[in-house]
Design a protein around this ligand. Structure first.
Ligand code: ATP
Ligand code: MG
Length: 198
């Protein structure tokens, strides 16, 4: 168990450093290209209620995705009690936001939508692999909130779409039983589909 955790820790350090090293211009270029790739994805185009995130730590930004969109987007709000999980709250553009303890802005007066009523979630990540495995920042917030999707044959909403820079692709990630896999992953270069549910 300790060995597995330390392996994830090493991978996190490696891939966080890689994405943090990207220049501001590269970040902007990737975010724009990713948004255009995502718009080619039918599963995304059909979605109306979409979870997204405020990028930090070199994560690829969602600004080009939300711009001029008629869809409704929801930002995660971190809940520490009773369990470390996420609530998704309606993103209302210019409405006031408050920074959480990680320094990430959240809606100040949240309008909550239950996670099972989201059509898809655009998920940030530290690294991904060819099998749809996802390495997060290590809080277990997404894994805990999405534990109801653990059955590999589950077709329950929401559809999980990882967003990343291509340089965040790892050959094979170390995983734990609680790790929730992605359905799709989009980078500035391409769209990956993971078929493990069929
Ligand atoms: N379904 C769950 N129930 C209880 N604890 C969980 C669950 N999922 C994850 N955890 C706990 O969360 C901790 C962090 O998990 P992990 O290293 O997989 O985080 P992560 O996937 O990087 O983070 P995140 O899910 O926020 O992106 C683990 O130590 C694990 O004990
Ligand atoms: Mg995990």
């Amino acid at each position: 168990m300790t060995v597995i955790s330390s392996e994830k820790k090493k991978l996190r350090n490696k891939y966080r450093t890689l994405r943090q090293k990207l220049s501001v211009n590269t970040q902007k270029r990737h975010a724009k290209k990713l948004a255009s790739n995502l718009n080619k994805l039918k599963a995304f185009n059909q979605a109306m209620h979409i979870g997204m995130y405020q990028a930090s730590d070199g994560e690829i930004a969602c600004d080009h995705i939300t711009r001029q969109s008629t869809k409704q987007f929801y930002l995660p709000k971190v809940l520490f009690h009773p369990k470390r999980s996420l609530l998704f709250t309606l993103w209302q553009g210019q409405k006031p936001m408050t920074k959480n303890r990680y320094g990430i802005p959240e809606m100040s007066r949240p309008k909550i939508r239950p996670i099972r009523q989201l059509d898809c979630i655009l998920m940030p990540l530290v690294a991904f692999d060819n099998q749809g495995n996802r390495l997060g920042m290590g809080g277990g917030f997404y894994d805990r909130s999405l534990a109801f999707k653990a059955n590999r044959h589950s077709r329950k909403k929401p559809l999980l779409i990882g967003l990343a820079h291509e340089c965040q692709k790892a050959s094979l990630l170390t995983t734990d039983p609680w790790d929730i896999k992605l359905d799709w992953l989009v980078t500035e270069k391409k769209i990956y589909r993971f078929n493990y549910r069929s």
